[in-house]
Design a protein around this ligand. Sequence first.
Ligand code: FAD
Length: 454
Amino acid sequence: SRTVLWFRRDLRVQDHPALVRAAADGAHVVPLFVLDPALLEPAGEPRRAWLARSLAALDATLQSSGGHLVVRTGKPEDVVPEVAREAGAEQVFVTADAGPYGRARDARVARALEDGGRRLRAVGSPYAVGPGSLLTGGGTPYQVFTPFSRAWLEHGWPEPAGRPRPHWADAAGDGTGISVPDQSLGGVEPGEAAARRRWREFLEDGLADYADRRDRPDLFGTSQLSAALKFGEIHPRTLLHDLREVSSRRPTLAAGAEAFRAELCWREFYADVLWHRPETAREYLRPQYARMRYDEPGAAFEAWTQGRTGFPLVDAGMRQLLADAWMHNRVRMLVASFLVKDLHVEWQHGARWFMQHLRDGDLASNQHGWQWVAGCGTDAAPYFRVFNPVTQGKKFDPDGAYVRRYVPELAHLPGGAAHEPWKHPEGYAHGYPEPVVDHGAERVEALSRYDEVR
Ligand code: FAD
């Protein structure tokens, strides 16, 4: 018999429960990817480039076991039933999608398949614990990270799925690919094999110091796996399994493993929040913040997007985003705080810019990362806590190396002086802009706007 495996955010063949099920009982599997214009158009160049290369990598993997990826363009509710009919497949297997668009799309596809007497079968999710599975003792969704993380650990997750050796079946693709923009992905390679390689390297070289180094944008202390996780080139279950395994063998890795597990849990937490409250992809999780006074994005917003605010760590982050399609987490928090609290611009404008320019742009992590920083999200940093860009710089980029790496106009300033060009006689010698706002004054302004809605 034949089945279809419709790949979406699961561009891998290992630890893939839906593939295991699709290939069960010796079924021949048609591996399908649908280029859906509704998703591709708003994705932004980095994610389109990542996807194109990840699909090429997946195709190469399939070819090495006698198959090839069938790529079609169109509305999934038209294309998927068509491919299933052509292949004579009764069942289409997918990894469940937890996002608002994906859930609605899958409901449409399931209906269209049913009309032809076929079935959409969802197996697993892009998360260790499926979004929506955990509820508080009172039966309500979690809104606070710490109790969620306790419930998440207690719930646990299955071991990685064994590797199937499917017989691949063929179907006609329509050959329309994604035009791959000439886009830098920050030197990080898309695809399952590259993700696994990076993970092994990180286990060897990065995990031991992860807890100490993960907050330092000047060091290369994080895994850079976010886009691989976003596109499902590696599954968090695999990572969680390996973390337990290495830390039981090498106790010195236990602290790093625990810190890394907590970050994976943030990813799962935000997906869970978005699953319960899909409207928070656009709207405030805490509605009173919608009533606050904000400024329309204008020249200062433009300066923020281009990394020309005159605050070195903010600008370094925004330029890292444009150069590498990625930004260090600590700096994401700072630039988000700066946009909302120093420039008084609503978080949605910044979140949209991030989604267009990040290679790892992910609706749940991004929108809720923004809401958390903006003070209007889950157990958020309280609104009155406003990051000071200079203090943050001196603390997390003590030698100014990160600023110098991304802001050439400050490359001549030694050490921590890169964070305070106004204190250096040569600070503005190479055209670095002066601050667009007075941080102290805008902090007071932000607090007074906050008082109005409190
Ligand atoms: P590591 O430190 O190696 O972490 C391992 C993995 O854990 C990451 O790959 C990621 O999947 C997950 N993770 C780590 N930190 C977080 C976090 N705070 N929230 C959720 N998951 C986390 N992450 C995205 O994947 N996509 C986004 O669009 C995104 N937007 C963000 C926007 C803002 C304003 C903020 C503050 C954070 C955002 N994050 C986002 C979270 C975080 O910044 C990135 O996941 C992280 O920087 C990715 O780098 P890494 O893979 O080297 O992380």
